[in-house]
Design a protein around this ligand. Structure first.
Ligand SMILES: *Cc1c(COP(=O)(O)O)cnc(C)c1O
Length: 374
């Protein structure tokens, strides 16, 4: 009896290397790409522990919950950390980053999250990258929530460590991830006596034992299921075209934003400026009289398949997340989410007064089909 995902043959080194090359093409990068056998937190942590140490002076940009975690890892490595926090309804600007460099000229490491699925904002990485290059700092970027939803261009933007995962806009598995590493970043790691070595967290192990050996011998048996799924999901993106996939996410975000505003009843986009709203997921501010968590619970009770969630932790009362990524970046799913939120809102209040679900649907449809610059 054959089974679709049991009794798999081991994945060869050549196949593993070819999947890395495909991921490199997706990122339009000439840098080394290391595929890591675990969820994206593995390379996110591994890259910080490899590149940062007691001599590091880091600018840690916080635009959502992940920035907090990166700051904790950096401090744990002994780095001096300057946090730059902005409210979750905005993005950070290159001018704010430049001001931090002027205040602390010794900064030599910058950590940034590109798009935040948890808070719905996205940061202008190209402009920030130019500032980081002028500063000469190493640039670490979490692109887990942006890859597949908007352009991610480590080489053009001067990103030294760019981490991606397959589980958001790529529509792939959560158990595999990747990081592109610049020559500068490898040099910084090699010079760091605190960088993990002979460890599952180690990127240097991959450099020394896999890349420098011509990618002929793997460090350990690769996770075949995840690797095959990653290969399939990159192949699917290549078939549709990366631009078409990102355009679908951009449309889903624009439609959700327009639809929620047209619905009325006090529902509003959480991120004030559309240009700072992430294509991967749209966050909405719940009306003052209704808790976001209650609205989402009602909507999910009616249809558990909807990609809706309340904000995490302290945001649970005020933030609704519409996770329209991967297979959910469709007009049908956006419509279903808007309709469900309208029904939940009128049920919570005991009246549909002030709500116009038909206007929401029209606005969403119009925003979806509007031509949009990539
Ligand atoms: C989703 C996501 C990750 C991966 O973390 P999970 O806890 O598995 O969701 C990392 N960074 C960002 C910005 C994300 O959106």
């Amino acid at each position: 009896m054959t089974h679709p995902f049991l009794d798999l043959a081991p994945l060869s080194a050549a196949r593993f290397a070819s999947i890395e090359d495909r991921v490199a093409r997706l990122l339009a990068t000439e840098q080394d790409v290391v595929i890591t056998q675990g969820e994206a937190l593995l390379p996110l942590e591994g890259a910080i522990r490899a590149a940062a140490g007691p001599g590091t002076v880091a600018l840690n940009v916080i635009t959502g919950p992940y920035g907090q975690t990166f700051g904790d890892w950096l401090r744990d490595c002994g780095a001096t950390v300057h946090d730059l926090s902005v409210p979750y309804h905005t993005a950070v600007t290159a001018a704010q980053v430049r001001a931090a460099f002027a205040e602390h000229p010794e900064i030599d490491f910058v950590s940034l999250v590109h798009a935040e699925a948890a808070t719905g904002n996205t940061n202008p990485v190209a402009e920030i990258g130019a500032a980081v290059r002028e500063q000469g700092a190493l640039f670490y970027l979490d692109a887990v929530a942006s890859i597949g939803a908007e352009p991610v261009l480590p080489d053009a933007w001067g990103v030294d460590l760019c981490v991606i995962g397959a589980q958001k806009a790529m529509g792939g598995p959560a158990g595999v991830s990747a990081v592109s590493v610049s020559e500068r970043a490898w040099a910084r790691m090699a010079a760091n006596p605190h960088a993990p070595r002979r460890s599952y967290l180690s990127l240097l192990d991959w450099k020394e034992r896999w890349i420098d050996g011509g990618r002929r011998a793997l460090l350990h048996a690769p996770a075949q299921l995840e690797m095959l799924a990653l290969e399939a999901c990159v192949e699917r993106i290549e078939e549709s075209g990366l631009d078409a996939v990102t355009a679908r996410h951009r449309s889903a975000a624009a439609a959700t934003r327009a639809g929620a505003s047209a619905l009325g009843g006090g529902l509003e986009p959480y991120v004030h400026k559309a240009s700072e709203a992430a294509p991967v997921a749209t966050t909405l501010r719940a009306p003052a009289d209704v808790a976001a968590s209650a609205l989402v619970a009602r909507a999910l009770a009616a249809d558990p398949a909807l990609p809706l969630a309340a904000g995490g932790g302290p945001l649970a009362e005020e933030m609704i997340r519409v996770n329209h990524y991967g297979p959910d970046a469709t007009p049908e799913t956006v419509d279903a989410c808007l309709t469900a939120l309208a029904a939940a809102l009128s049920a919570e209040r005991g009246t549909a007064d002030g709500l116009d679900p038909e206007a929401a649907r029209r606005a969403a449809a119009a925003a979806w089909s509007q031509p949009r610059q990539l």
